[in-house]
Design a binder for this molecule. Structure first.
Ligand code: ACO
Length: 389
């Protein structure tokens, strides 16, 4: 296949501003992240996910914690519609939880796009997400998911659905902090995909399907499981430098490092590192991660003097997810479930002041190649050829 030439000054839409938002402020120069004006450091570990979802969607903090409106809607939507169970049963037994969630969201999409999207259309997708991910995980293990519990919050119920046992408070704390810190991040590949669907007056479920599809790749939401696999490869802190060096020599991207927007440390990475120091204190896994961070930051700074490359959200985020008891296959689904709060807010914001998102490409293929190299084929010849086959 012929390839085109990349222009690093413009390609990948780096630095392109395509609209405005009042949801999340991402300041990549100063390393600040704030939801509706509240710094994430103020919210992480102290405010329940339901309240953060409320803040992102409605713009202000709820009247109580957890947000009564969001809490009610998410508890209410946890149960299984019968046809969703049928969709899951029809999937191959080893379907990943991420793909299962995308397929169920797709099945929930209306056949004709409904527009404008409403909050009531988002609630069932968000509420059902943990149930679907947990059911897909159980299917692969050949175990049965427990019925959802409506006495638990959104995040604790997800852990309960995965294990069938009362979730330990330290695991709930780790996963709830993860959900809060991943709830939104302004513009990024999955939110761009989501807003693009809405901009064409597509429906909310289709926008969620586009977003989760964009999230799957290892340069975006697929990164945390790659971090886990990389740390497995390192095996001991003393091997960190050699493994990092070999990976870079092979031209690999180190998962969990670098970010398109942050030129200083990603504030979520700093908060996750602090949390990991608390919840994974003294573990060899944390020692390995810290040794990898030292080796990687030094090697990447030497290789790219003009571009500081630090840990991103996924590096210590992966340690936090491991501490919460999740298997690596559940890392990207957890990211998607957390991000449903932000995706909902972005769908509604895009529809609220919509203009079709339709960027352009610089054409650098051949121009004016003249006539087709063979004589034209008449339609009658083509149908004859089809019959002969
Ligand atoms: N490992 C090795 N080299 C890297 C890394 C990395 N993690 N990150 C950046 N670089 C190098 C690039 O190869 C590039 O080198 P070059 O100029 O010689 O080609 C240079 O640093 C500049 O990086 P860009 O590719 O221009 O940065 P970009 O903004 O396009 O990429 C990205 C950002 C995709 C996140 C990149 O840093 C990366 O691949 N990281 C690893 C995957 C990852 O952790 N993804 C999660 C991101 S956060 C999120 O989505 C939630």
């Amino acid at each position: 296949m012929p390839s085109t030439t990349a222009d690093p000054r413009t390609d990948g839409l780096e630095g392109v501003v395509m609209g405005s938002t009042a949801i999340t402020m991402v300041d990549g120069e100063r390393g600040r992240l704030a939801y509706r004006g509240f710094d994430v450091s103020e919210l992480a570990g102290t405010v329940p996910y339901e309240s953060v979802m409320h803040l992102l969607i409605f713009g202000d903090p709820p009247s109580a914690d957890p947000s009564p409106e969001i809490d009610r809607a998410l508890r209410h939507g946890r149960g299984w519609p019968a046809f969703v169970r049928g969709v899951l049963d029809a999937l191959p037994p080893d379907q990943t939880p991420l793909d299962a969630l995308r397929t169920v969201w797709s099945a929930l999409s209306p056949s004709v796009a409904r527009y404008p999207p409403t909050l009531d259309e988002a609630y069932p997708l968000v509420a059902l997400g943990p149930t679907v991910v947990a059911a897909a995980a159980h299917r692969r293990r050949r175990t049965s998911p427990p019925p959802p519990r409506d006495d638990l919050g959104h995040v604790a119920n997800f852990l309960y659905a995965l294990t069938g046992t009362e979730p330990e408070p330290r695991r709930v704390e780790a996963l709830e902090t993860y959900f809060v810190l991943l709830a939104d991040h302004g513009m990024n590949p999955s939110t761009l995909a989501l807003r693009t669907v809405v901009s064409a007056r597509g429906d909310l479920a289709s926008a969620f399907v586009a977003a989760i599809s964009a999230l799957k790749g290892p340069l975006h939401g697929g990164a945390p499981r790659e971090v886990s696999a990389f740390l497995d490869r390192v095996r001991g802190p003393e091997r960190a430098e050699a493994v990092v060096r070999e990976a870079l020599a092979r031209g690999e991207r180190l998962p969990g490092f670098g970010h398109r927007i942050y030129r200083v440390e990603d504030p979520r990475a700093v908060l996750f590192h602090d949390l990991a120091r608390r919840v994974a204190h003294g573990s060899e896994r944390l020692e390995i991660a810290e040794a990898v961070e030292r080796a990687a930051v030094s090697a990447l700074s030497a290789a790219h003097p003009g571009r500081r490359v630090y840990t991103n959200v996924d590096f210590y985020g992966a340690i936090v997810l491991e501490t919460a008891g999740l298997e690596p296959d559940l890392f990207t689904p957890a990211f998607a479930l957390a991000r449903t709060a932000g995706w909902t807010a972005h769908v509604l914001e895009q529809a609220g002041s919509n203009r079709l998102i339709h960027p352009d490409l610089r054409y650098d293929g051949p121009i004016d190649r003249g006539r087709w190299p063979r004589p034209p084929i008449r339609p009658s010849d083509r149908s004859g050829a089809t019959r002969a086959r």
